[in-house]
Design a protein around this ligand. Structure first.
Ligand code: FAS
Ligand code: PHB
Length: 396
């Protein structure tokens, strides 16, 4: 067996959760190593989230990651809901005093990678067969192999930041974990195109043919989604077929003014609501998609991951620097309070905007009634807005 190396925190996964945790720990002088199954190029090639809550923006700014986001991020004061052939604006600033920032997850990941490279943080890419050992004791260990051979890493703590399909949650004994899951019978067909966005703010559309979302990455790059059947394959959708279907699901003005062009990325994402409880197992802590998944309708996935990592970094720093276990003992309970509120909002907003054929004609009528109420009631609009812009952190 190779000679074991040692670090304080072994982080599994170099997505936004793992990279941000490594960044926050490094800033506090906590040594950490990240193990990532894929290459850096592969990680950057995944097109994911687009909307950052104010709390996420503030954390990135406070920790030296805000320069490019300030330059290139698009600050939005509201969103539009499209139904019945018309658009209705939800004014975040008037209702909550807060905004959101459109800045793609790819860019956040890029900034995190650049920061890690600048401080010389170690990320092992293409680390294969990562395995977690003895995290229920006091000497956790991680093993893997790569092009250089077999590796052993001893550590004080392991952070499972390896997403829904990762090895960390899978390594927890079934008797120690409870999971809650709802799989939706549809997916999101997403397209990225170098075309100007159809509207300066996002448009969420409830239409008899199905949900559609108009988003963006910059003034010259758009991101669009349409609800599709989960058993469809992306190869079944030509660009022309996508643009035709998208325009049929939007109000006449958007449909007529939309600039279309060739897709530079096109993929189908499944939708699910998923939570694993608890999020801590001895010296193993789950964060981000490794512990929970939300349907992307509420733009919560990435923001929830950031909130977990903020709590986890503070807890591990307290345990390692101040020898206090208060933070790690409360980590799971503190994260799950926020997680379940985001799960509820994401489920509610998905239920309100998507087609559910099994609910029949009355289902559409009830959705329309709730949408009419939502846009005409200050209380209902405020409730939607304060969840969308992000609930405050609970540090008690
Ligand atoms: P990630 O899944 O991003 O990262 C986990 C990392 O761990 C990956 O790099 C993976 O390669 C690595 N890994 C996995 N197994 C490993 C192993 N055994 N060993 C080592 N490494 C391993 N959220 C939104 O808000 N809006 C959206 O539109 C949106 N769209 C999405 C589309 C898709 C297809 C998916 C899957 C998610 C989407 N999300 C969206 C949610 C997404 O943004 C996540 O919330 C975000 O990526 C969470 O980041 P991480 O927790 O770091 O998980
Ligand atoms: C995106 O721009 O990718 C995006 C925006 C809002 C969502 C989901 C995805 O709710």
């Amino acid at each position: 067996m190779p000679t074991p190396r040692r670090t304080q925190v072994a982080i599994i996964g170099a997505g936004p959760s793992g990279l941000l945790l490594g960044h926050l720990l490094h800033r506090a002088g906590v040594d950490n190593v990240i193990l990532e199954r894929r290459s850096a190029e592969y990680v950057l090639g995944r097109i994911r989230a687009g909307v950052l809550e104010q709390t996420t923006v503030d954390l990135l700014e406070e920790t030296g990651l805000g320069a490019r986001m300030r330059r290139e991020g698009l600050v939005h004061d509201g969103v539009e809901l499209s139904f019945g052939g018309a658009r209705h604006r939800i004014d975040f600033v008037a209702l909550t005093g807060k905004r959101v920032t459109v800045y793609g997850q790819t860019e956040v990941t890029h900034d995190l990678m650049d920061a890690r490279r600048a401080f010389g943080g170690e990320t092992v890419y293409e680390a294969l067969d990562v395995a977690l050992h003895d995290f229920d004791g006091v000497t956790p260990r991680v093993t893997w192999h790569d092009a250089r051979g077999e590796h052993v890493l001893d550590c004080d703590f392991i952070a499972g930041c390896d997403g829904y399909h990762g090895v960390s949650r899978a390594g927890v004994p079934a008797a120690s974990i409870e999971t809650y899951e709802r799989v939706y019978r549809f997916g999101w067909l997403g397209i990225l195109s170098d075309t100007p966005p159809v509207s300066p703010e996002l448009i969420y559309s409830n239409h008899a043919r199905g949900f559609a979302l108009c988003s963006m990455r910059s003034p010259t790059r758009s991101r669009y989604y349409i609800q599709c059947s989960i058993d469809e394959h992306v190869d079944q959708w030509s660009d022309d077929a996508f643009w035709d279907e998208l325009r049929r699901r939007l109000d006449p003005h958007a449909a007529e003014t939309m600039v279309i062009g060739p897709s530079i990325e096109k993929s189908i994402a499944p939708l699910r609501s998923f939570v694993a409880e608890p999020m801590r197992f001895g010296r193993l802590f789950l964060a981000g998609d490794a512990a929970h998944i939300v349907p992307p309708t509420g733009a919560k996935g990435l923001n929830l991951a950031v909130a977990d990592v903020r709590y986890l970094a503070n807890a591990l720093i307290e345990a390692l620097a101040e020898r206090s276990n208060a933070g790690i003992d409360h980590y799971s309970e503190r994260c799950l309070r926020r997680v379940w509120k985001a799960e509820r909002f994401s489920w509610w907003f998905t239920s309100l905007t998507h087609r559910f054929p099994e609910t029949g004609a009355i289902g559409q009528k009830l959705q329309r009634a709730e949408l009419d109420y939502l846009v005409s009631s200050h209380a209902a609009s405020t409730a939607m807005a304060e969840n969308y812009v992000g609930l405050p952190f609970e540090d008690s």
